[in-house]
Design a protein around this ligand. Structure first.
Ligand SMILES: [Zn+2]
Length: 365
């Protein structure tokens, strides 16, 4: 995530802190200073927030380490003022595994709360149900209450929060994944609207979380619907069968000629069937400016080309292309290059597939 600073690496997972998190610490410090007017209050106020976010990190580790048991790695954990975010490679496809991963986060908070409760009991510190307040009482007592709150709050069935993920997975046991996500996302957005209204009346912080849920639900739902369209197709369905390639010995003039003659903008480069590099349109234009049209293709900065088997599912390929959407893919059938594929071809296939789906749906109605 942009504007994040790498803080520490634990159990092979990088922990980042978003710059707005420091703003939160600053605001908390200032508000304690204005209320109490002494440094001790500021230190204990800020210290409490730091302890709270340490618990949030442990919550995210609950998700990450459970996912690791199912062979899914976590790229990073980022701390934001509204909480933590673990960037898992993906969620498990098996709904039962997804339920375990989603529940592991809140479970960590309940365990922390239980341990604090036991400790406070041993120390004979009074825990009264009447005095339930996050602003009163000892440091550890408040930390216990806040952990219970985090655990319960995250279990609200507001997809993509943890409880919403449990709901989606539970639905996915009975229906297909895309429909389950659509239902869970609608429930999540409905709850987000309610939360937004409550937030406007009582606590602006809730409005932030509501916005986060609303957009999170819509983004994940779109990605899931896309996956379901692509899920039925292989690379062969989306690839471009007619294409031109260049030899490293060709001149830039040849590349210009081919660009003007057709719709192809990027060209694979190599000898015969050994297409190992790709010349991107931007690099061609820059090469023309710097070296002129008589320069050779091999003198330009060429990118390594990705290859895909003609039978590879598009969903798998899309996962590989993530983070590098401009990538051109060389499609190979038994060692022979038979086609090209880029994000544009994929989008074209999605447009066509959606139109066909809409037509079929209209016929059913
Ligand atoms: Zn969580």
């Amino acid at each position: 995530m942009k504007w994040s600073w790498k803080f520490v690496r634990i159990a092979g997972i990088d922990i980042y802190i978003h710059v707005t998190f420091f703003l939160l610490i600053y605001l908390v410090g200032i508000s304690y200073w204005n209320q109490e007017g002494n440094l001790n209050a500021v230190i204990s106020g800020v210290g409490f927030i730091l302890a709270l976010f340490a618990c949030v990190v442990l919550h995210e580790f609950g998700h990450s380490l459970t996912a690791r048991r199912y062979g899914i790695q976590t790229k990073s954990i980022t701390l934001l003022p509204i909480g933590g975010m673990a960037a898992l490679e993906k969620m498990p496809d098996d709904p039962r595994q997804e339920i375990n991963v989603a529940l592991a986060g809140p479970a960590v908070n309940f365990v922390i709360a239980l341990l604090l409760y036991l400790y406070l009991n041993v120390q004979h510190i009074e825990i009264s149900p009447e005095g339930l307040s996050v602003t009163d009482g000892s440091f550890l007592y408040r930390l216990m209450l806040v952990n219970i709150f985090i655990g319960v709050f995250n279990l609200l069935p507001a997809f993509p929060m943890d409880g919403g993920r449990v709901l989606r997975a539970a639905l996915a046991l009975r229906m297909d994944h895309a429909s389950a996500t659509r239902v869970a996302a609608s429930v999540g957005q409905f709850l987000a609207v309610g939360m937004g209204f409550l937030g406007l009346m009582y606590n602006p912080f809730l409005v932030f979380i509501a916005v986060f849920i609303w957009f999170g639900a819509s983004m994940e739902n779109n990605a899931e619907q896309l996956k379901s369209v692509l899920g039925q197709a292989d690379v062969r369905h989306a690839m471009l069968r007619e294409f031109h390639s260049l030899s490293p010995e060709d001149t830039l003039a040849k590349a210009v000629e081919l660009t003007l003659a057709g719709s192809q903008k990027d060209f694979p480069v190599g000898y015969h069937n050994q297409l190992e590099k790709v010349l991107h349109h931007g690099d061609l234009i820059q090469g023309l400016q710097l070296q002129g049209e008589h320069a050779r293709i091999r003198d330009l900065p060429l990118q390594t080309i990705l290859t895909a088997d003609i039978n590879e599912p598009l969903e798998k390929l899309l996962e590989r292309m993530q983070g590098n959407p401009a990538q051109m893919i060389c499609v190979v059938d038994q060692g022979e290059v038979v086609g090209l594929l880029n994000l544009e071809n994929l989008l074209e296939l999605i447009r066509i597939q959606s139109a066909v789906d809409a037509h079929n749906l209209a016929k059913k109605i």
